[in-house]
Design a protein around this ligand. Structure first.
Ligand SMILES: [Zn+2]
Ligand SMILES: [Zn+2]
Length: 428
């Protein structure tokens, strides 16, 4: 079976390609990037004139909620949301029930996701049992069962000695450790960013320093253990600066940012809008600017979504009582093109790297490339499409997005996984 994606602009940062070209796929694998019109012998020809053909996008920070919380999301609905948003590969966090803290849960997720087949799914193993921050998991078993990284994400390890032990094991086993950076002594009781908006609402705040302090500690511990440290969902200008300094020192530290942390400020919480409640919280215009600069200059390596579905009955409560988290998979590409590429902050090619080669490199995945022989995981972008986010039209089982009604420029036209077209229809 020879499939030709013809007439598009092909961008593959792994090979430095950004030009008009045709992409030939043979039996589910990339065969070649061809000159336009070069091959006429394909069985199937997809006209992608006006569209951009990229390696499949990768999101290394997703909450799929299965097992245990399938009413919010399950592997099937989460994979469908990923495909609709332009992602062909996602990594799922371990705060399920049971947690991904044993090899058997890890294997279960891989099997379920393979059965669904809408996106590749890699589990992330917990660092401590039940993510309770005390007893370490069997990191080697998790790795053998297919976990690609270790993280307690939502339950950041507070004890520095425990964190050091986790890092020592991760270093020994060459497993990346992904940290949610939060000094809990400073955030207990807080439900949004500490600042003017929190004062107006009369809500307890979470200061930016709570993130910066934890980042500084984790970078220092990474330096003495040799652990590959990845900073999850960077929300403060301070973290961007700490990451920049760590990289200048040559430390193996990487970082990610989520679209909501540059597209919104804490003012989105005004009116007690629980769809704007997430952790780390929305910050200030200065923080948004620092994050966008960090993404443009490569200090922040990649874009992730922290896709965190919650059911309406959980979010439709007092702000204090609502859970943290918003949807991310179906709006990320539009928010990135709208805020980063359209205003000229970065080229489309750099953006594609933030979604493909960079996440692949951070977790050591063999993905994010259109090299001959690679699996034909493809994201095709329509960078000109103007569309409106509609919470009623999302593929996710939940609808907690603060972007409902927003007009975005750019979206995924479709994805392919192993050469099979997955999500052709638009989300609205
Ligand atoms: Zn987190
Ligand atoms: Zn998360």
């Amino acid at each position: 079976m020879r499939t030709l994606l013809a007439g598009g602009r092909v961008i593959d940062p792994s090979q430095g390609i950004d030009r008009p070209a045709d992409l030939l796929i043979v039996n589910g694998k990339v065969e070649a990037v061809l000159q336009p019109g070069e091959d006429a012998a394909s069985d199937e020809r997809l006209d992608v004139t006006g569209l951009t053909v990229c390696p499949g996008f990768i999101d290394i920070h997703v909450h799929l909620r299965e097992p245990g919380f399938e009413y919010k999301e399950d592997i099937e609905s989460g994979s469908a949301a990923a495909a609709a948003g332009g992602f062909t590969r996602i990594c799922c966090m371990p705060n399920t029930n049971p947690a991904i803290d044993t090899a058997s849960v890890c294997r279960h997720i891989i099997e379920r996701a393979a059965g669904v087949g809408k996106a590749h799914v890699h589990p992330i193993g917990a660092a401590t049992r039940g993510m309770e921050g005390e007893r370490l998991t069997e990191i080697n078993d998790l790795k053998s069962a297919g976990a690609v990284a270790i993280s307690d994400d939502a339950f950041p390890i507070q004890n520095a000695r425990t964190m050091r032990s986790v890092m020592q094991y991760c270093a020994m086993l060459n497993m990346p450790l992904m940290t949610h950076n939060e000094e809990k002594e400073l955030t207990t009781g807080g439900s949004m960013n500490e600042g003017a908006a929190a004062t107006v609402l009369g809500l307890a705040g979470m200061p930016p320093a709570a993130e910066d302090i934890a980042v500084a500690r984790n970078i220092m511990l990474a330096a003495i253990t040799g652990c590959r440290l990845h900073l999850l969902h960077i929300s403060t200008a301070g973290t961007v600066e700490l990451l920049r300094n760590a990289k200048e020192k040559g430390l193996a530290v990487t970082g990610e940012a989520c679209p909501h942390h540059w597209a919104l400020t804490d003012e989105a919480c005004l009116g007690f809008n629980t769809d704007a409640k997430m952790n780390p919280p929305l910050r200030t215009t200065e923080d948004c600017e620092a994050i966008m600069r960090g993404l443009a200059d490569g200090t922040i390596d990649c874009i992730s979504t922290d896709h965190a579905p919650h059911a309406p009955h959980e979010k439709e409560v007092e702000f204090d009582a609502a859970p943290f988290g918003i949807l991310g998979l179906e709006t990320a590409v539009g928010l990135a093109i709208t805020h980063l590429v359209a205003p000229g902050r970065m080229t489309l090619s750099t953006l594609v790297a933030r979604f493909t080669t960079e996440p692949s490199r951070i977790l050591g995945l063999s993905a994010g490339t259109l090299r001959p022989g690679a699996a034909a995981d493809i994201t095709v972008l329509d960078t000109q499409a103007a569309w409106q986010v509609d919470r009623a039209a999302v593929r996710s089982r939940s609808s907690n997005t603060p972007f409902h009604g927003a007009t975005l420029k750019g979206r995924a036209a479709f994805t392919m996984v192993n050469g099979v077209r997955i999500a052709p229809e638009p989300a609205t």
